[in-house]
Ligand binder design. Structure first.
Ligand code: IVH
Length: 694
């Protein structure tokens, strides 16, 4: 490439890398895969090597990606790192690992070995312990200055506040990764989808976003986890890195057990190959293997570049992706009116499942991908549940292919779409007249986590088309004869439905509030609100200011609630639901039933006579605490039908008592009658996203 073109390309690459870096570290919403990012970086590195005089000290090739928002206060105090927090050089194949090993061997004389470890896909953290007590936690920030997130980190359960054992340095730093295990990630995204909010793209973004919440209690609720992998050599007197980690583990610090000392390339390769498949069984995301020269003296001799240590390298696993053809794009309208572009694809096999549809998120994303009709596109799943399109293959584009046009009007009702400031999505504003939104709201109301009424998509469709149900309150005027008009409905189905409808009068207020479908009010927010406003009338009177005073209720949520109660139609609907006998205040049902389970930490697994949610509530109402994984602190594992074999094994291993539903109910003073509730499997997002909800 000639100098002029190189200069132009370098400028483009730097801009693009800076923008993608901001999307990744600050917005927690990356637009391209790590692999594509690294390739752009490599291209820039090569050009800068070719034209060294074009190198600048602020080029992305020599600066560490920053998680600090440019110029905007993040709400955290900035603190300087005592030792810079660097990144790692990336490799994608064994040949590049070999080059790394050769370079190390050339500099070092004498024997050395490697510590091979998992590369955890979370967000970096640096902890400081003084006299055995946790005194500070900083994010990586820009590598020299990070955000002080100590208060939040104190709510991550496996980070000790106080060290165990003895022999730790009076003061030292230890670094690692804050992770969001898949389980917590799934739960969080389910809640977000329930609120029609953009789900987190992957557990890494979710971990980073959760670590930086303003309210530490909320961080505590996100189910974060930490694993530690590096003590700066200046902090501890150890001959090897692996010994330093072993010592850290002996002080009760969470250090990964999945490490191995490797003596040669063959052993490194075996470790990589083993984890390339085995990592799929880990409960958290990993994106590669880190290979570190193990001897401290050898590390010192190799030293650092401005960005990386020369004694370590990351071998990154390629996210599984598949190339397939874009057949068409559907624009799905959700219950809040948000319009989501969904790509219909030529079916393709990806990580064991056939993918036919993938999300394109929003109009901005479509523009960034520069997608054209009929393009060949890359689909990825990675840690994500919803498959997404991460890139297009322009080389395979047919001539004259057109860019898709995002609709100007609602594809369901024809109303012109609107896009509010700061919203990435377009909305259909016709909330009271757009059939898809109406049906979406009814479906949300009937949902298992809302009112749990036995009416799915098809039933609601029919009830709506027959003009029998236009709003949730209409359910309560349905007669048996009305129901018998539905296709295939007989006495038995009508009975089941009416029984589930009658049961909604027992549903606690917090779930009723969630069922109303106020934008941005998901299950968790509804619970929080009910603690502050115990009945709907006081909530309807609340000002935006008093709503924002509730922890975890921001301006957007507060305005949405305020606006909801200023709409006459919503008030009429609430009055009708009240008249139908639904609970609009936190009454006796929400109160403690007994203290039979006081102090117990209980894990449930499998299906029960009542729904899993009801079971969890029952535990809470009797003084117990729910926990999602079995540990030595677990008091009971309550096993229903088809319990998870891994949980049972763990409980047996740790000597945790496993009891049946029957035995459990016998522990309670007022056990509910176990009925024949539907099997209560976890709902998949894919089903949520593509099953008509969004
Ligand atoms: S060692 C001085 N070990 O990957 C080098 N880093 O892409 C210290 N990471 O910034 C890092 N797993 O946040 C190290 N086992 C591991 C890791 C690991 C994940 C992260 C770390 C680093 C990033 C580079």
């Amino acid at each position: 490439m000639d100098r002029l073109s190189a200069e132009k390309r370098i400028g483009e690459l730097r801009d693009s890398l800076r923008e993608h870096s901001r999307r990744y570290y600050v917005d927690n919403a990356p637009l391209i895969s790590d692999y594509d990012f690294d390739r752009l970086m490599l291209e820039l590195q090569e050009l800068e090597a070719q034209y060294p005089d074009l190198q600048t000290s602020d080029s992305p090739t020599v600066t560490v990606g920053s998680d600090i928002e440019g110029g905007v206060r993040s709400g955290f105090e900035r603190k300087a790192h005592t030792y810079p927090m660097l990144s790692l050089g990336n490799t994608y194949n064994i040949a590049e690992v070999e080059e790394f090993a050769d370079r190390a061997a050339k500099t070092l004389d004498g024997d050395f070995c490697y510590s091979c470890e998992l590369k955890f896909d979370g967000t970096a953290i640096s902890l400081t312990y003084r006299n055995g007590l946790l005194v500070q936690a900083l994010t990586r920030g820009d590598g020299s200055v990070g955000d002080d997130v100590t208060a939040n980190v104190r709510h991550i359960p496996n980070i000790p506040q106080k060290l165990a054992g003895s022999g730790y340095p009076a003061e030292f730093e230890i670094r690692g990764e804050v992770l969001m295990p898949y389980k917590s990630f799934d739960r969080l995204n389910e809640e977000r989808l329930g609120r029609e909010e953009e789900p987190f793209a992957n557990p890494r973004n979710a971990a980073s976003g959760s670590l930086k919440l303003i309210d530490p209690i909320e961080t505590g609720k996100r189910g974060l986890w930490c694993t530690l992998y590096h003590i700066p050599a200046q902090c501890i007197d150890c001959r090897t890195h692996s010994e330093a980690l072993d010592r850290a583990a002996s002080w009760g610090l969470p250090v990964s057990e999945h490490r191995r000392i490797c003596r040669n390339l063959k052993e490194i390769e075996d470790f990589i190959n083993y984890w390339d498949t085995e990592r799929k069984h880990l409960p958290y995301a990993t994106d590669g293997i880190v290979i570190k020269v193990n001897e401290t003296a050898a590390q010192m001799a190799l030293g650092y570049t401005a960005k990386f240590p020369r004694w370590a390298v990351a071998y990154k696993f390629r996210a599984e992706r598949a190339l397939t053809k874009l057949l068409s794009i559907s624009y799905q309208v959700g219950r809040t009116g948000a319009v989501t572009p969904v790509a219909n694809l030529e079916p393709v096999l990806l990580s064991g499942t056939t993918v036919r549809r993938a999300t394109l998120n929003n109009a901005d994303q479509m523009a960034l991908l520069d997608i054209h009709m009929g393009d060949y596109v890359y689909v990825e799943k990675g840690g994500e549940i919803i498959p997404k399109i991460t890139a297009v293959e322009p080389g395979k584009r047919t001539e004259g292919a057109l860019r898709p046009e995002f609709p100007k009007c609602c594809p369901e009702c024809g109303t012109p779409l609107v896009r509010e400031e700061d919203e990435a999505r377009w909305f259909c504003p016709n909330s009271s007249g757009c059939p898809t939104q109406i049906k979406g709201r009814i479906l949300h109301f009937t949902g298992r986590k809302a009112m749990n009424i036995l009416a799915g998509d098809a039933t609601i469709d029919q009830l709506y088309s027959l003009g029998l149900v236009k709003t949730p309150a209409d359910f309560y005027s349905l007669t048996r004869d009305d129901l018998l008009r539905l296709d295939g409905w007989k006495d038995k189905s009508a009975d089941r439905f009416l029984k589930s409808l009658a049961a909604t009068r027992e549903v606690p207020y917090e779930r009723v509030l969630f069922a109303l479908g106020i934008r941005h009010v998901g299950e968790t927010t509804a619970k929080t609100i009910v603690k502050e406003y115990a009945d709907v009338d006081s909530l309807a009177q609340a000002s935006v200011e008093s709503l924002t005073a509730i922890a975890d209720v921001g301006d957007i949520v507060a305005r949405s609630i305020y606006g909801f109660f200023r709409d006459e139609e919503n008030l009429r609907e609430i009055a009708r639901l009240k008249a139908a006998g639904l609970r609009f205040s936190a009454g006796a049902a929400a109160q403690q039933a007994s203290d039979a389970l006081e102090g117990m930490s209980i894990v449930i697994s499998g299906n029960f006579g009542i729904s899993r949610d009801e079971m969890k509530k029952l535990i809470e109402r009797n003084g117990g605490k729910n926990s999602s994984s079995v540990s030595s602190k677990t008091s009971l594992l309550l096993a229903g039908s088809k319990p998870g074999p891994e949980k049972i094994r763990k409980a047996e291993e740790l000597g945790v008592r496993v009891i049946s539903e029957e035995e459990f109910l016998a522990l309670l003073p007022q056990a509910p009658q176990a009925g024949n509730a539907e099997a209560d499997e976890e709902e998949g997002y894919q089903e949520d996203l593509f099953g008509g909800m969004v």
